[in-house]
Structure formats: C-alpha cells, structure tokens
Ligand binder design. Sequence first.
Ligand code: TRP
Length: 344
Amino acid sequence: MTDFDPLVFSGIKPSGNLHLGNYLGAITRFVEMQKTHNCIYCVVDLHAVTTWQEPAELTRRTREVTAGFLAAGVDPEHSIIFNQSQVHQHAELAWMFNCVARMGWLNRMTQFKEKAGKDRENASVGLFAYPNLMAADILAYKATHVPVGEDQKQHLELSRDIAQKFNNDFGEAIAASGHGDTFFPLPEPLIGGPAPRVMSLRDGSRKMSSSDASDYARINLTDDADAIARKIRKAKTDPEPLPDEIGGLAERPEAANLVGIYAALADHTKEQVLADFAGAPFSTFKPALADLAVAKIAPAAEEMRRLLDDPMHIDSVLRGGAARASEIAAPVLNDVKRIIGFIS
Ligand code: TRP
C-alpha cells in the first residue's frame, strides 16, 4: 500500500439557503480542520443540477455558499475554495467511474431511493449517478479524509469501493506506470465529532433542511436578529422543564435539539448546558438561546451580506480556487487516462 499525504476534501451543494445545520454541522468544522490539514472545499454545483435548479437561483446560491465559507473563516489563501463546474476533471473522472461502479452498487443507495421517491422513472440519470461524481470529487485530488454528515456515509463507502475496484482492475497498468500497487487512496469519512446534527425546529426527528416547506423549520444564515429570535420562540417543544441530565432528553427530540444547538453555539457540552438550565422552563431557555444565536450568527450573516454585495470579488475567489484545484487534478486525470489506455 502506498502512503498518501493527508488531504481533506468536502463539498456543499448550492441547492438551498444556507442554514444553521450547514453552519454548525459542516462549515465551522471546515474552519477547524484548516488548522491541522490541507483542505479543499468545493461548492458542488454539478451535484445541485441533479434536481431542477432555476439558473439565476443557482448562480445566487453558489455565491451564497462561497460567502458562507468566507464569512465563517475558511481562508482562501490557505485552503482551496472553488465551484465544481469550473474544474472539468470532476465531470471527466465521474464518467470513468460510471464505468467502474456497478448498477447493483448504485441501486442500493438509500439517498437515491429517498430523493427519487415513488417516481423513479422520472428521476434524472444524474441523480442516480450522483455518488460516482462524489467519488470523482474526492479522488481527483487523491483526498484521504472527508468530513461529512452521517447521511453521506453510504456514499463514502461507495467511493472506497470505486477506488478499490479501479486499483484492482487496472493493477498491472498502475504498476507499469510507476504507481506501485495503489493508485487511489481509500478515503475515510470523518463523521460526528463535536458537530451536532441540527434538526428541524418544527420536527425534532427530521434534519434541518433547506427544502423544508416551512421557513420556521430552519434558521437561515441570512436571517436577521428578529427572524432568528422569532423562529426560536416558535420552535416546537414539549411542556416539561429542562432535565438536569442528558438521560432526561431521551424521547424528547425537540428539547434535545435545542439543547444541542445551544451547546454548539456556546462551545459547551450538553451536560454543561443542562447544569446551567436544569429545571428551567422553555420560557426561560428559549430567550437565552435566541440571544446566543443572534450573538453568534448575526456577525457571520452580516459579513455574508457584505460579501454578497460584491459578487465580482466572490467570483474571483472561486476562479483563483479553481486554478489551484486544476493544478492538482489535471496530473491525476492524465495518469488515469494513461492507465486506462487512452491515447493523449
Ligand atoms: N453529497 C454531499 C452532500 O449532499 C455533497 C458532496 C458532493 C460531497 N461531493 C462531495 C461531500 C465530496 C464530501 C465530498 O452533503
């Protein structure tokens, strides 16, 4: 097995408003990881168009996700930030992976089943092949570590299967090209950690999502202080006061969610939050949470609005990132083509 330098890759789809779940669950983690790793963060616009996107909205949201990265502290001088469609190697490698991955593997993907729903016949081919493109995103850079949510674990396993099958199928050509016996690393998912899974404010059993019909289910990063406070005040809860230990949150998904959000925003453990609020009714806890959320999110939201006022600057950050990304991906794709036997 060849050793690969640790490299982090992750992506966010610009298909909805950026919300607190993206922020706490992904972006703040991306910021943290810059301290210990080389990181590549991608706005995955090719993935977004696997379901219908209004063109002008897609452009706006691509800039919004980029602004979210920058406002939260992803440093474009150090990390690479770019949008997927500007680096053609993603789509190109995805095609090769369409020919490596098996129908049976993709047929098992639960996210496709959920997203396509009952109307499978009418889902785009891209939605079905989505995980192959995700594998290409990661492997075009030979990235080794991939911070993702629990819901992406199965896609990461598929990426590993693709890498492994490529390494096996082309073993001789890989060795002949001087790459030892392993061309692609098997990328590791980084799941969980301190980042909470942020749930809907209306239903504690569902993930906070930009596609939820009710805007009260989520806190958007562009919400102003009034909207944030109002949504927290109206968040679904139960009539009981807060318990004094974690066990008391079992079977209380909405209460557990709000405590988790408080803990993440305050950078405390849930135990610490409960120690401070044991026995408090929601009429006390919610205003405290609203104040905290406004204090923590409003500055980032303000910075996002400032950045979004200058789309030319955002676009130039993306172009600069795409140029750096291409420098890494281009030689990998050249090797892949040679290994497969294409004349170049
Ligand atoms: N599928 C991921 C999601 O929906 C987004 C994504 C696309 C991604 N390509 C990736 C995440 C590569 C990590 C690595 O959240």
